[in-house]
Design a protein around this ligand. Structure first.
Ligand code: ADP
Ligand code: MG
Length: 237
């Protein structure tokens, strides 16, 4: 269980969110809200992006995360896929996974590489995707697919996906939904920031959180998704 207790998030002394009280247990959780409301800010703060100054408490399975760096949170099982993935020249897509995981022996590395290539093929990524530089000269949709591969390979307990659908074509959206359904069957906590109707309608969420007006409100009432999709956020802002 990931718990945020009275969290406030600032950037350069500007308060973006306060009074954030949220709980994410196993299951699917949606985060919605108007553009610029602070959804990505919330995701980055959970992962300890140093640009964001966070106060209050973030606890994961009884461990206080507040003093832990991003890599330490990742080692505990937290993962983020970025709204805008950063290009890193000289680092290949597979090398990133290899560095992030303890892969053990050469044969185990080959198994992982084959797993990576299988996922890349399922997602219709070009031949040689494992050797391509991370997010360098990749399309928006390709970057999103690559983030999905990272999630499947690293197998985190908690996956925070910031607009995982943006830039994906129709076939890729269907693959994304299938991959998430498969991942969800393993008792994972999946937090999805999205406004994409097909994605939101493909899952029965455990909770829905609206980020608006400098704070968050969370409900277990899944009908909020339909309300937001039809009426927008006018009742929240
Ligand atoms: P959302 O993901 O809900 O669209 P964001 O979390 O990206 O919104 O942004 C929330 C607000 O915080 C916006 O006004 C944005 O300009 C501002 N903001 C986010 N990150 C930074 C940053 N690193 N520096 C300055 N302002 C930021
Ligand atoms: Mg965002």
């Amino acid at each position: 269980m990931l718990v945020l207790q009275d969290v406030s998030i600032k950037v350069e002394d500007k308060e973006l969110l306060n009074n954030v009280n949220l709980e994410f247990g196993p299951g699917i959780h949606f985060i919605v809200g108007p553009n610029g409301a602070g959804k990505s800010t919330l995701a980055h703060a959970i992962m300890a992006n140093p640009k964001y100054n966070t106060s209050g408490g973030i606890v994961y399975n009884d461990t206080a995360l507040d003093d832990l760096a991003t890599w330490e949170r990742a080692q505990l099982g937290l993962f983020i896929s970025f709204q805008n993935p950063t290009p890193i020249e000289g680092l290949s897509n597979f090398r990133l996974i290899k560095e992030a995981m303890d892969m053990g022996t050469t044969s185990s590395i080959m198994d992982k590489l084959n797993g990576f290539r299988g996922l890349a093929k399922e997602l219709n990524l070009p031949e040689g995707w494992d050797k391509k530089e991370l997010n360098v000269e990749a399309s928006g949709g390709e970057k999103k697919k690559n983030e999905l591969i990272q999630m499947k390979m690293l197998d985190p307990a908690v996956a925070i996906l910031d607009e995982p659908d943006s830039g994906l074509d129709v076939d890729a959206i269907n693959s994304l939904i299938e991959q998430l359904q498969d991942f969800n069957s393993k008792d994972k906590t999946i937090i999805i920031v999205s406004h994409y109707e097909k994605l939101l309608k493909s899952f029965e969420p455990t909770t829905v959180t609206v980020v608006a007006n400098g704070t968050t409100s969370q409900t277990t009432d899944a009908s909020l998704v339909d309300k937001v999709l039809s009426d927008g956020f006018k009742d929240f802002v």
